[in-house]
Each structure stands twice: as C-alpha cells, then as structure tokens.
Design a protein around this ligand. Structure first.
Ligand code: NIG
Length: 381
C-alpha cells in the first residue's frame, strides 16, 4: 500500500540533497518512505492525502526520557517553585513508588506517556530504567520498556539507593544488574554528578557496559561543572545529556568528538537552572540534540515542541537548528540513520503541522500545532 502526501507547503527533509522544499510531496510505501521531493515529480500512489499547504517534517526523535516509573512528585515541584533547589535525592521518592507498583501498573503508565508523546509528534522514543535500583526492579523495568520504546537504556547507576554502600552498589550495577538487563537494552547510562556517582565510579560503570557490547550515554554537567562531559568523550559515548554547565574545555572536547551534546531545556526550566549553552556549542561545531527528559522529577513534559520553542526563544538556536536537533540530532544521539530524516528508505515517521512553516513552532509557543502524524507508515493522528 503506497500513500502520496501532497499539498505540502514546506517540507523539512533533513536530507542534504533536498534540505527544505516548498510545494513538495512524500510517498510512503508500507513502513518506509519511498520518495520525497518537489510535488511536480511525485510518482503515483494507491491513496492520496492533501495536507493543503501545511508544513511537514520528520517525527520528533526524543532521545532522552525516564518513563518507567510510578507515583507523582507534585509536592517536590511546588517546593522547588517556592525556592528549594533540585537535588538528585528526589529520585528515591520515585524509586519507592516504582518498586511498589505492579508490572501492569508500570506498563500502563509507560504506555500512557508514550501515547501522549506520539499524539504530539514523537515517533521515535528512547526511555530508561533507573527507578528500580535493585536487580529485580531494574530487570523488570528494562523488560517493560523494551515492549514499547524504540530504544532502551539501562540506568542502574542513577542514584546510590538510600542506605546502600556506594562501592558495593557500583559492583552490583557492573555485575549482576548489567547481566540481568543486557538482553533488553541497547544502551547504558550513568548519572555522573555530585550526589550521584563520581568520575571513578561512573568510569567503572561505562567500562563494564562497554565490555558487554552496550552503547554508552552519560548524564553530565547538570547541576554544576564536573567530569561528566570529558568522561563521556573519553569513553566514546554516543551522547552526554544535560550539558547545562560547560567549561570552554568541555565545549572544545564535544566539538572535537562524535559525542552528541543532548540538551534538555524543559528540565533546565523546571529545575530553575540556567539554559544549557546551545548557541555556544553550535558555534564551536558540536552536534546538538534536543530531548524532553520526560520524568516525574526534573522535567514532567513529553512535549518536544515545547523544547524546540524554548531552544529558539531562550538558547539562541534558529528554528531550523532547533528542528534539526529535535529530529536528526536525536537520531545522531541514538546512532540511527533511519529516523529523523525524510528520504527514500527511511522509516515512514512524519508529522504535519497545522501551520505553513516550522517557524510557527517558536512563533506560536504553547499552541498545539500537531495536525497529523504517521509512524512506521501508519497514520496515528
Ligand atoms: O535526567 N538527572 C538525573 N535524572 C533525571 C531526573 C530524575 C528525577 O529527578 O527523578 C534527569 O533529570
């Protein structure tokens, strides 16, 4: 079954061969893009959908979320808005609620948030473990995530569980926990930050994960300058996420590496941190991704459009740079070339905005602009 999407007023392809086209069309064949280009050259298809001048772009690629969780942290958010600082310690509240939840409750909560994201155009989503923090709860979190998410990351090294000895806990993460999750996850991550894991402990986790063939990611430089970025680059991590506080050396290291700087503007706002230096990173030549960091503590939103608008309005990115970072940038952070792009052979993931151009994502912040969404060739909105 082929579908011709025509009447596209502005088509963002992220394909260097086409860039942004006006008066364009896309043909889907099953779960793949068969063709994208100027409308005049479009081939015939079994069905035709006219989007009447609207803007079309790849579906969002959200490369950072924490959606295997139970419970709620509204009280912590209210305290923060009243002046309390965000600390890693709040993670333990969600760990307790997650351990108390049944598999069915965790799966239903995850599915609800993934569906919320999809309705807003997120067609490829990574999510993490990290609220289990023992072998059994990390293993079931990974299994539940693997049922729904496109990409799953093991984050046993999210926090030393209250009362545990840090060194023994790192040994547990590097041995039995990694063994228990390895079949369900592609990535391993570590929260390298004061109050979580130090540089040596984080390095041990990354080395153990790499030994098992997992790709690496790092939470780094979220609450202050620290070793996270340099550690990620040294270990060849695909991505270092947060990057809110960066030294000049950190920026240079990112610019000279394949490690993507994944920025989480909704988290910076919700934790009342400064916005990550997106402009500085791009000017230095680093690859930048934008992601939601959807989680109940530091960033409780699944809206990639909100992240794009914030990156434009507050971080100094152009609309084109922010849209690229939230699509192709996310794909780069996940080391994928089949999503975040509209060209023949790519996954048939795209969104239609109820607007004539992607500029409206920042020009009309907060307005729900999702008109239609296809994921794997199936129209879901
Ligand atoms: O990316 N920084 C560590 N982990 C999450 C926060 C998790 C939480 O507070 O529950 C983050 O912001």
């Amino acid at each position: 079954m082929t579908t011709l999407i025509t009447g596209i007023g502005e088509l963002t392809t992220n394909d260097p061969a086409h860039g942004v086209l006006t008066d364009a069309a896309v043909v889907l064949d099953g779960d793949r893009v068969a063709w994208a280009g100027p409308a005049a050259g479009a081939p015939d298809a079994d069905e035709r959908v006219d989007v009447e001048g609207r803007a079309v772009l790849p579906g969002w690629v959200d490369s950072h979320s924490h959606l295997v969780f139970a419970g709620d942290r509204t009280a912590e958010f209210e305290a923060r808005m009243a002046g309390q600082p965000y600390t890693a310690g709040g993670i333990a509240v969600t760990v307790n609620a997650t351990r108390d939840a049944t598999d069915a409750e965790l799966a239903a909560n995850l599915a609800r948030h993934v569906s919320e994201a999809l309705r807003q155009g997120t067609t490829c989503l990574e999510t993490k473990t990290g609220y289990g923090l023992n072998v059994a709860d990390e293993a079931r979190s990974a299994t539940i995530a693997a049922e729904v998410a496109d990409e799953v990351t093991f984050l046993g090294a999210h926090l030393v569980p209250p009362g545990a000895d840090a060194e023994s806990y790192v040994d547990l993460v590097c041995g039995p926990m990694l063994d228990a999750v390895a079949g369900s996850v592609r990535w391993a991550d570590v929260f390298c930050e004061t109050g979580a894991f130090d540089e040596e402990q984080s390095g041990r986790v990354l080395a153990a994960a790499a030994q098992r063939g997992l790709g690496l990611r790092v939470h780094g430089n979220q609450l202050g300058e620290g070793p996270g970025v340099q550690l990620a680059v040294r270990h060849g991590a695909a991505s270092v996420d947060h990057c809110t506080y960066l030294s000049d050396d950190d920026v240079a290291a990112l610019a000279g590496s394949d490690t993507v700087a994944t920025l989480l503007p909704a988290c910076d706002l919700s934790t009342r941190q400064p916005l990550a230096p997106g402009r500085r990173l791009l000017d230095a030549g680093a690859t930048v991704a934008l992601a939601s960091n959807a989680n109940p503590g530091s960033s409780y939103t699944t809206s990639m459009a909100f992240c794009v608008a914030t990156a434009v309005l507050q971080m100094g990115l152009s609309v084109a740079e922010a849209v690229w970072a939230a699509t192709a940038g996310g794909a780069a952070a996940l080391r994928r070339d089949d999503v975040g792009v509209l060209r023949a052979g790519a996954r048939a993931d795209l969104q239609v905005l109820d607007a004539p151009s992607v500029t409206h994502l920042a020009y009309r912040p907060g307005v729900p602009l999702t008109h239609a969404v296809w994921r794997k060739g199936i129209r879901v909105v």
